[in-house]
Design a protein around this ligand. Structure first.
Ligand code: SF4
Length: 354
């Protein structure tokens, strides 16, 4: 179901704008119908009262928790069953964050991602995205929603934008706490700028070499790293939110001096932060994770060259059964800060992606 279809059904049942807002707000916060103070004009007409039980049952059936995998770091991976039996993952992150899935499977086919191996099975509807948030809010508060679960949000743009609009209005999530994560697609940069709720952007860079990017992300839109950063910079300046550049670190693939030089060339002076996420080894994927010492060394070198860099660990790394390792993108932050002496200090800070 999509949110505009839900709105149409509510209107057909006699809902006015204030009724509609109330129903959507309560749904997205996982609150019962009778909660909170009723403002004049928000009492429901009898035709709506009659129709609501069936609509509410349908909303409740959009997504159910199939399994819960708690992580030692305070994260919780939820395996969520959709009404047709398909499953997606949501991850409750430390400090009130939630990572949601926007597709079942994914067509981009990134070489280091298990989700990409399945191909695209189907889109996740905008109402199913909100249903993931509502499920999570039954367990804990959610003040940040990152679109970094299964799927490429740019390939399901209408549904994701509809969900972002609801979350950024009645869903009470601050706009900069909505993070649209993408491999980069010209339509995304163009379209998001014209929306009333403009999310922050996370861009999957992974390499500064156009040829390697084509290999690692075989079905990503044809944008060179330079074009990606230029589009990201434009978006960041227009919105005031720094771009979160994502870099899954693969040993012997994108961790060499050429890439470090490329990052400095591409990102110097840019309004953004580079998130380095060491690859999480999974069966069937022929990449390896660099040592933590090597990751720290790379982060330190980049810092010394003026690139704001954060080294992150994926949330719930100890949890088996994650979707294509949940893209190593819903990350528990281990921020690397540098003192004047050049000493590296790892401290845990809130995740933000991503
Ligand atoms: S990393 Fe993201 S974009 Fe790439 S295949 Fe996996 S889910 Fe799709």
């Amino acid at each position: 179901m999509r949110i505009h279809e839900l709105k149409r059904r509510l209107r057909e049942a006699g809902a006015g704008p204030s009724h509609e807002q109330r129903i959507l707000r309560l749904w997205s916060h996982a609150l019962p119908r009778d909660s909170g103070r009723r403002l004049p004009g928000t009492f429901f007409p009898s035709s709506l009262l009659q129709a609501l039980p069936a609509i509410e049952a349908e909303l409740a059936g959009l997504a159910r928790i199939h399994a819960i995998h708690p992580g030692a770091d305070g994260s919780e991976r939820l395996l969520v069953a959709l009404a047709d039996g398909q499953t997606v993952e949501s991850v409750l992150l430390p400090r009130d964050g939630l990572c949601v899935s926007s597709q079942v499977g994914c067509a981009v086919g990134c070489q280091f991602c298990m989700t990409g191996r399945e191909g695209l099975l189907r889109q996740v509807g905008s109402a199913e995205i909100i249903a993931q948030v509502a499920l999570a809010r039954m367990r804990r508060p959610v003040r940040k929603v990152v679109f970094m679960g299964m799927g490429e949000p740019a390939h399901n743009l209408d549904n994701v934008i509809e969900a972002i609009d609801l979350l950024g209005t009645v869903g009470n999530v601050g706009h900069k706490n909505l993070v649209f994560s993408t491999v980069g697609d010209p339509r995304v940069f163009e379209r998001l700028l014209h929306e009333r709720v403009r999310p922050a952007l996370a861009l999957s860079l992974h390499t500064t070499r156009a040829d390697l990017r084509k290999t690692l992300l075989p079905r990503a839109p044809a944008m060179t790293p330079e074009q990606l950063v230029a589009a990201g910079e434009h978006y960041a300046r227009a919105t005031g939110y720094p771009i979160q550049y994502q870099w899954t670190l693969l040993e012997g693939v994108n961790d060499g001096p050429d890439e470090i030089e490329g990052i400095v060339r591409l990102l110097s002076g840019k309004y953004g932060v580079l998130n380095i996420i060491p690859f999480n080894a999974v069966d069937g994927v022929a990449f390896t994770r660099p040592s933590w010492e090597r990751c720290e060394q790379i982060a330190r070198t980049l810092h010394q060259q003026g690139i704001l860099t954060k080294l992150r660990n994926s949330a719930g790394q100890d949890v088996d059964g994650g979707c294509g390792q949940l893209r190593a993108r819903a990350a528990e932050v281990r921020v690397v800060t540098l003192r004047r002496t050049g000493e590296v200090q790892g401290n845990k800070a809130s995740q933000s992606h991503n």
